[in-house]
Design a protein around this ligand. Structure first.
Ligand code: GLV
Length: 310
């Protein structure tokens, strides 16, 4: 029996992937939402956001592939029990995220935001610098993206630590875990990078009391989800000079509204959720590989534990 895939997303990506499947898995039938004649024939959904009421409308659905690294947007609690969820594990996403984290850590480490302000005032104002080895970067989240970023930071010479929900060991990195590990981890992180998945446990984790545990003059980089950060708490800690800079790629509400205080803030750099963007060519190959694995009943790459929510 042939497999029926329903794709929902940007048209150009859909056309690219449809061709890729025709070349690599011609037995698969590719459908593009909303053009589906027999919804009960659909086995696999490929999307960022699923169609409304998909749980009822596609009764024979077996797998949902997220087109991105995250799966929180699917609303995991409402995914039927028998439906598997798979996130996009693409080395090209790791590469982009690593670039973004390196760029942000280096900009904070070398005070680029302060110099951008001096530029505006035409002020020649050298600031005191520190060696990378004396700058402690703490990464929250040790999934594939967190590990790739951590290793790149180590190779530049930073002192790197990481915090994850369960105990992990990574060479060259001091690892902290669980709720007991959070305080000692935060207390030693001069630059905090949030690369956590968004779950019930991690929503709002960058709040006043946690961020207050960071050393005075620490900075934060958020490339997880906007809902990890309590935005008002960040503004308080920047104002109090407890935090020095924030580089943010994700926000509570995207796009950021025109009147949002982050835009004009001299200690904040905003980027429009571009840290790691799904690339049609490489992500398409990962998807084909995973669908092959599904057909052959092999373990799929990036299979999500719905209980853990990542
Ligand atoms: C983007 O935020 C993603 O999850 O891929």
């Amino acid at each position: 029996m042939s497999l029926n895939i329903l794709y929902r997303g940007p048209a150009a990506r859909g056309q690219h992937w449809q061709k890729l499947f025709a070349q690599n898995l011609p037995e698969v039938n590719w459908h593009t939402w909303p053009d589906v004649k027999d919804k009960s024939a659909i086995d696999v959904l490929v999307c960022w956001i699923p169609p409304r009421n998909y749980q009822q409308d596609y009764p024979n659905l077996k797998v949902i592939f997220s087109v991105g690294a995250g799966v929180d947007q699917l609303g995991l609690a409402s995914v039927p029990e028998h439906v598997s969820v798979v996130r996009m594990l693409d080395p090209a996403l790791e590469q982009q995220m690593t670039e973004y984290v390196l760029m942000s850590v280096l900009n904070i480490h070398r005070d680029t935001l302060a110099y951008a302000q001096s530029n505006l005032q035409q002020q020649w104002q050298p600031l005191k610098s520190r060696s990378a080895a004396k700058r402690r970067v703490g990464i929250m989240g040790l999934g594939n993206l967190g590990q790739a970023a951590a290793q790149a930071l180590v190779s530049v010479g930073f002192t790197v630590s990481a915090w994850s929900k369960s105990v992990k060991t990574v060479k060259g990195i001091q690892c902290f875990a669980g709720s007991r590990g959070l305080q000692p981890f935060l207390q030693q992180a001069d630059i905090l990078v949030c690369l956590l998945p968004l779950t019930d446990d991690t929503r709002g984790i960058l709040n006043l009391s946690n961020m207050a545990m960071l050393p005075s003059g620490a900075s934060i980089i958020n490339v997880g989800r906007g809902e990890h950060l309590v935005e008002a708490d960040l503004l308080i800690l920047l104002k109090e000079q407890h935090l020095r800079y924030a580089i943010l790629d994700v926000f509570d509400k995207e796009p950021l509204t025109n009147d949002h205080p982050f835009w004009q803030h001299p200690q904040i750099l905003v980027t429009p959720h571009i840290a790691a963007i799904t690339q049609n060519d490489t992500a398409g190959q990962v998807l084909v590989e995973n669908v092959k694995r599904y057909i052959n009943q092999q373990a799929m790459l990036g299979l999500v534990d719905k209980q853990q929510q990542y």
